[in-house]
Design a protein around this ligand. Structure first.
Ligand code: 6OG
Length: 158
């Protein structure tokens, strides 16, 4: 089974806005904002909707800058994650039921409390690069388990 997901990173003035996931999948980890693409929407529309739902701002400048493929040793699940860089938006970030937002300067990104793939590609996004990555994990994460990377490749796209 293949799932298509979005992930949007909001950046401004050398800082990135991350959300602490308060419940459900990825609880306790800092991440960008995103989720599943629904049947009747484009990937771009889904990315925008998820940002609005999770942090309460409306993206203005939003570019797709990365494509990540996640596979798992334990099962036939594939995640295709479309990564967006959001450089401007309308409104002020707010805490929602799902996420507590906080600003981090680029040098203080809390990689140790993020998904294990982020350290490989987020620095590229912060450096305004485009990228494509493949990550093969042991098994999907859940409330008590954070996936481990078995193999990975990331390349910058020119
Ligand atoms: P919901 O399924 O809760 O949205 N996501 C991941 N992000 C990273 N960086 N690494 C992973 O490693 C991820 N697995 C999922 C995609 C899930 C959100 O979490 C992201 C979506 O933005 C396995 O609606």
């Amino acid at each position: 089974m293949k799932k298509i997901l979005t992930l949007a990173m909001l950046v401004k003035d050398g800082r990135i806005l991350l959300g602490l996931k308060k419940r459900g999948f990825g609880e306790g980890l800092w991440n960008g904002f995103g989720g599943k693409v629904e049947a009747k929407e484009s990937i771009q529309q889904a990315a925008k909707r998820e940002v609005e739902e999770e942090v309460g701002v409306i993206p203005i400048q939003m570019d797709e800058v990365g494509l990540l493929n996640f596979t798992f040793e334990s099962e036939q699940l594939e995640l295709e994650v479309h990564v967006f860089r959001v450089g401007s938006w309308e409104g002020e970030p707010v805490e929602t039921e799902e996420m507590r937002p906080e600003w981090f300067s680029y040098v203080d990104v809390p990689y140790d409390k993020m998904w294990p793939d982020d350290v490989y590609w987020l620095p590229l996004l912060l450096n305004r690069k485009k990228f494509q990555g493949d990550f093969h994990f042991d098994r999907p994460s859940d409330l008590n388990y954070k996936s481990k990377i078995l193999r990975q490749t990331v390349e910058v796209i020119l």
